[in-house]
Design a protein around this ligand. Structure first.
Ligand SMILES: C[S@@+](CC[C@H](N)C(=O)[O-])C[C@H]1O[C@@H](n2cnc3c(N)ncnc32)[C@H](O)[C@@H]1O
Length: 406
């Protein structure tokens, strides 16, 4: 019986969801292995044994046959810090792994085999976002724990162990400067949030020292630093444009922006529907509702609802909507709420997801209501990590578009 701490040789076949790869040990056992790449043969140390020994979790400790896409990690803490999964992988293989993971989940959990008749690996679009080497500057907020010796630290993967990184290279340069200058109390959590004016707001144990300014397409938000905003400095604008292009809301239409945050998408679709249209932003955080309602006060067609999305939808059964946008947390929307949304008869549902597994599960629920994926775009918002951001566009009766669709 194999045990934690033992080593096995693994032939790594593909990427798996969650920042690791999957392969087989010589015994035939399935192994989820971190810090490896598809096509490699590695020696891996077992970190966990799955129920009944059906699979193993492991960490590559020696690369026997390296991938051509393996690179020397730029961060000295790669492999120990839990923040990054793929410091050892070049950009190209990170893109391929993300596409393969989403395609696999859509097939297995979503029951989706093709889009417009094209195989998923071909149909999935990829939008790169600018970042420096090894993901540098891709994060406008970086959170640390102050270690016992005062050194800024991050947690090891799935562990409370602190790794004394000092400064995380993924943060924007001003966040790195603020981190280098910070003298914190051991045990406190500190987060450096860079706003769109380049100011750094420091949040200690959840309390910020100022508001942050966000700007998209000329609109200005003043937000609590603890409220949700897209982390990559180019993500908010990119996602907002992608969503607006996908839904192309028409003057006078009713749009629901569910899990709306401070109304990033509401602001831009409001311009599309005009003064005679209606945009309803539903958000569970009072802080985000307050900040969003203030930022969008001039858009009289937008109404913010401080509510749980699922309950809000249940209370509106029988109503109609033309366009629905959802951007849920990792748990996804869920089959009941997907059914409630699609029974409103929208001509398009734009689904922004930070978890392709729940996205795929919700795609299956959408298909049961007669809505199918007509486009899926991956946005490179989290380089060096296993996190994957997806925009899926669902339309009624458009499965493989036999009648033609855009
Ligand atoms: C991924 S963020 C998206 C926010 C916004 N679309 C944006 O891009 O800035 C998800 C948002 O959903 C909110 N949320 C989480 N659970 C919710 C629920 N059950 N009902 C409504 N909003 C919820 C969170 O507070 C967060 O603001």
């Amino acid at each position: 019986m194999i045990e934690v701490g033992q080593s096995v040789e693994v032939s790594v076949t593909s990427a798996a969801n969650g920042g690791h790869c999957v392969g087989r040990a010589d015994s035939g056992q399935v192994v989820f292995v971190r810090h490896a790449l598809p096509g490699e043969r590695v020696t891996a140390r077992i970190t966990a044994v799955g129920k009944g020994g059906r699979f193993l979790n492991a960490d590559a400790v020696q690369v026997l046959q390296p991938s051509a896409h393996r690179v020397a990690p730029a961060c000295p803490w790669a492999g120990r810090c839990g923040g990054c999964d793929f410091q050892h992988a070049d950009d190209e293989v990170q893109r391929h792994m993300a596409v393969d993971v989403v395609a696999d989940l859509l097939r297995r959990l979503g029951g989706v085999s093709s889009i417009h008749g094209a195989a998923l690996e071909v149909a999935l679009a990829w939008v790169p976002l600018e970042h420096g080497p090894a993901g540098g500057g891709s994060r406008s907020r970086v959170r640390y724990v102050v270690g016992a010796d005062g050194v800024l630290s991050m947690r090891a993967h799935h562990s409370h162990e602190l790794v004394p990184v000092g400064v995380c290279p993924l943060g924007m340069p001003v966040a790195a400067q603020a981190a280098a200058a910070h003298e914190g109390t051991p045990g406190t959590e500190v987060e450096f949030v860079v706003d769109d004016d380049g100011e750094v707001v420091t949040v200690v144990d959840g309390i910020g020292d100022d508001l942050v300014t966000r700007r998209v397409d000329g609109r200005v938000w003043r937000l609590q630093p603890t409220g949700f905003w897209q982390v990559h400095p180019h993500a908010a604008e990119t996602l907002s444009h992608l969503v607006c292009d996908a839904v192309a809301a028409q003057p006078g239409e009713r749009v629901l922006d569910l899990y709306a945050g401070a109304g990033l998408f509401s602001a831009s679709v409001a311009e599309q529907v005009g003064e005679n249209g209606r945009v309803e932003a539903v958000e569970s955080s009072q802080e985000s509702v307050n900040d969003g309602a203030t930022a969008l006060a001039d858009l009289t067609q937008v109404t913010f609802h401080h509510a749980d999305t699922r309950r809000w939808l249940r209370e509106r059964r029988g109503e109609a909507a033309d366009v629905v946008i959802v951007d849920p947390p990792r748990a996804g929307v869920g089959a009941e709420a997907i059914a409630d949304i699609l029974r409103m008869g929208p001509r398009v549902l734009a689904y922004v997801s930070c978890d392709p597994a729940t996205f795929a599960r919700d795609a299956r629920a959408a298909a049961e209501q007669g809505y199918h994926l007509t486009a899926v775009t991956l946005v490179d918002m989290f380089p060096m990590t296993g996190h994957i951001e997806v925009l899926g566009v669902f339309r009624p009766g458009a499965h493989d578009c036999p009648g033609g669709c855009d």
